[in-house]
Design a protein around this ligand. Structure first.
Ligand SMILES: [Zn+2]
Length: 253
């Protein structure tokens, strides 16, 4: 993509209909399904799925927080760019779990709920519908893309499950676009050169994020990548894309 086209795409980073249009077009080309699985605050919420394959099984998600536009933008950009390689993979993708939030540049949904603290509950319709969709599925890796207004660099939550760990390599891949988080503590957790690797139990956080839901039933590799919101959108998108490239490379073995 040329620099000019890239910046045009970024101008529409909060345009949910445009995002859906791009996903529909690429899914059609790839032969994947686009399924509306819920309606949240008046917006349709979609899952994009490939047919079952023998290659890496990947769960990819973005936009559960609507004020983190590099995440949704990067996911669609990366999948557009890597469509050929992704044909070998078994994919379940949630392009934007909080469309109202994306459209209104809001972390929370229209009811003021942080959806990423709602996976322990059974009364959030979009999450319940998502859980039903994921039921019985196992993935080689689950990647949740996020952003953080307080961050000074990129960082990654890696919930331990499978060795070798991937965290170091994922952060290294992003570092040429956005440097690593310099702080030694992030959200109360120890952060070492951008890497937050802590074991979790259901009691670690009473309000479960998506990463817990995935780790406790669907994958041994639950990875949450965060870029700093104050950096340029182009650099943030590139950092997310670099991490996804590295996930794909590692998942292929
Ligand atoms: Zn977030």
């Amino acid at each position: 993509m040329t620099r000019q086209l890239e910046s045009t795409a970024h101008l529409r980073a909060h345009d949910y209909r445009w995002l859906v249009k791009r996903w529909r077009a690429l899914a059609k080309r790839a032969g994947w399904s686009v399924r509306k699985f819920a309606t949240e605050d008046g917006y349709p919420v979609y899952a994009v799925a490939s047919p079952r394959r023998d290659g890496p099984r990947l769960y990819l998600s973005a936009g559960i927080h609507g004020d983190e536009p590099a995440a949704t933008e990067a996911l669609v950009t990366w999948v557009e760019k890597r469509m050929r390689a992704l044909q070998q993979c078994e994919l379940l993708i949630f392009p934007c779990l909080n469309p109202w939030g994306l459209q209104h540049n809001s972390r929370n949904d229209a009811n003021g709920r942080d959806l990423n603290r709602g996976y322990h509950r059974s009364d959030v319709p979009v999450i319940e519908a998502q859980k039903r969709l994921v039921q019985g599925r196992v993935f080689d890796a689950a990647v949740m893309l996020h952003e953080d207004f307080d961050a000074q660099g990129s960082y990654l939550y890696e919930i331990p499950g499978a060795r070798p760990f991937w965290g170091e390599q994922l952060l290294a891949s992003a570092a040429s676009h956005v440097p690593r988080e310099p702080r030694s503590r992030v959200e109360g957790r120890k952060c070492r050169r951008g890497l937050i690797r802590t074991r979790v139990t259901p009691e670690t956080l009473p309000e479960h994020p998506e990463a817990f839901f995935l780790r406790f039933g669907h994958t041994k590799r639950s990875l949450t990548f965060e870029t700093p919101s104050e950096f340029s959108l182009t650099a943030r998108v590139r950092a997310h894309c670099a991490v996804l490239d590295e996930v794909l490379r590692l998942a292929k073995g």
